[in-house]
Design a protein around this ligand. Structure first.
Ligand SMILES: Cc1cc2nc3c(=O)[nH]c(=O)nc-3n(C[C@H](O)[C@H](O)[C@H](O)COP(=O)(O)OP(=O)(O)OC[C@H]3O[C@@H](n4cnc5c(N)ncnc54)[C@H](O)[C@@H]3O)c2cc1C
Length: 381
């Protein structure tokens, strides 16, 4: 193994240990109660999982996208809700890392990495989800600051974050060219947290509305230039979608691992489940999970190797939708196999099935990912 591979293996091992020892006893409870797991956030910070993509000079772990995906996969194998915390922390941070001025990086990144702050990514609005270019939240320049007004919804970590990465339009009507990113600190007058969503899955993750009423933000908290927000967002999502794929792979593998343990106890190896076709379903699950995993790490590797001339956004989209569709199918089949046990409230596989449904929706729905793939294919020479 070369240095990079050894490094990745270390991250995988570390995440697996934390998942097994610390997350396992909490996963069912987090889901049942539907509350943010502050204890896990603390542990993930301690192990560096919440500063994976922050450069070393600001106190972060400076890992590559493959290591990021490995950490997410291992945690999601046990608990998809708290794996989302690792992803969203990176998603909120990336626009600053990719496009922020040094002054902004100095202000925000060490507080995330060294002081264990949390960040969120505020894009979706009640009237603008899939069509992200139509954001209505406005940021209007007045002297040395912007005034932000608008409402965001379905924001992961909205109620627990110390920093809010927000996308608003600085030139209403300009769509893509008008979108600009900002970092707003918790406690800034006019910034408030609205309704917390009661979700069917990923219940251990905090999801809220975030409201901006005449929020004054210094120009220095703008991320890069006016109008650069769209491309910062796209570059961020290209990097995070493989991690969502990894979350789905980990979740699906968790369901298969459960079935294998259960099947060994039930004597499936001696032919007990044959009449129900169970062994064939297990084989299909294993193949589909491996195929999804291969696609996820291919997309991650393309990012890490900065492969020129390849449509990374297409592989990133493919990995997110294929892996989450596999997770949905595997967990649905797992419930089918387990029947009354799998249907029982708070059974691990029942939880995984609810979680898989949500993964098909966030970070761009799977329909939108298919559109990205189709457009890229049709535009290619
Ligand atoms: C648990 C959770 C956490 C989330 N966290 C965040 C977060 O941290 N930050 C954030 O900004 N957002 C977040 N979101 C929002 C999420 O990204 C959006 O819900 C998602 O992008 C879809 O937007 P929408 O709900 O407005 O649906 P809409 O865009 O209104 O779409 C409705 C339906 O129409 C389909 N559709 C829309 N346009 C097309 C098209 N052109 N072609 C084909 N089908 C189409 C969609 O696939 C969907 O099925 C989160 C959502 C969830 C559920």
């Amino acid at each position: 193994m070369n240095d990079a591979e050894q490094q990745r293996e270390r991250w995988r091992t570390k995440a697996r240990e934390v998942a097994r020892n610390v997350v396992t006893p909490r996963a069912a409870e987090i889901d049942a109660v539907g509350e943010f797991a502050w204890d896990l956030a603390e542990v993930y910070s301690e192990y560096g999982f919440l500063s994976l993509l922050i450069p070393k000079e600001y106190g972060g772990m400076d890992t590559d996208i493959t290591s990021f995906c490995l950490v997410v996969e291992e945690i999601a194998n046990i608990c998809a809700s708290s794996a989302l915390l690792v992803i969203v922390q990176a998603v909120g941070t990336m626009p600053v890392v990719l496009g922020g001025a040094n002054e902004l990086k100095e202000k925000v990144l060490p507080r995330l990495a060294r002081e264990r702050g949390l960040i969120c990514f505020c894009l979706t609005e009640p009237e603008s989800g899939s069509d992200a270019a139509s954001v209505r939240t406005k940021a209007i320049l007045k002297d040395d600051h912007y005034v932000i007004n608008g409402q965001k919804c379905f924001i992961t970590n909205g109620g627990v974050a110390d920093f809010y990465t927000v996308f608003a339009t600085t030139h209403p009507g300009n769509r893509i060219e008008g979108i600009t990113g900002f970092v707003v600190e918790k406690g800034t007058p006019g910034l408030s947290v609205g309704k917390a969503e009661e979700k069917m899955g990923i219940r251990g993750s905090n999801t809220t509305e975030v409201i901006f009423e005449d929020v004054k933000v210094p120009v220095a908290q703008r991320i890069g230039d006016e109008g650069a927000g769209w491309w910062q967002m796209m570059r961020t999502l290209n990097r995070s979608r493989p991690a969502i794929g990894a979350q789905a792979v980990g979740l699906a593998q968790g369901a298969l691992d459960y079935l294998i343990r259960f099947g060994k106890e039930e004597g499936w190896a001696r032919g007990k489940g044959d009449s129900l076709g169970v062994p064939l379903m297990l084989a299909d699950m294993a193949v589909e999970i491996e195929a999804a995993r291969a696609l996820v790490y291919k997309a991650a590797n393309m990012m890490d190797e900065k492969v020129k001339g390849t449509p990374v956004q297409m592989f990133s989209a493919m990995s997110k939708y294929f892996a989450s569709d596999v997770a949905m199918k595997v967990t649905t089949d797992a419930v089918q196999i387990l029947q009354w046990q799998g249907l029982t409230r708070n059974h691990p596989v029942e939880r995984m099935m609810r979680d898989a449904k949500v993964i098909q929706i966030f970070e761009g729905t799977n329909q939108i990912q298919r559109m990205v793939v189709a457009h890229t294919l049709l535009k290619s020479k």
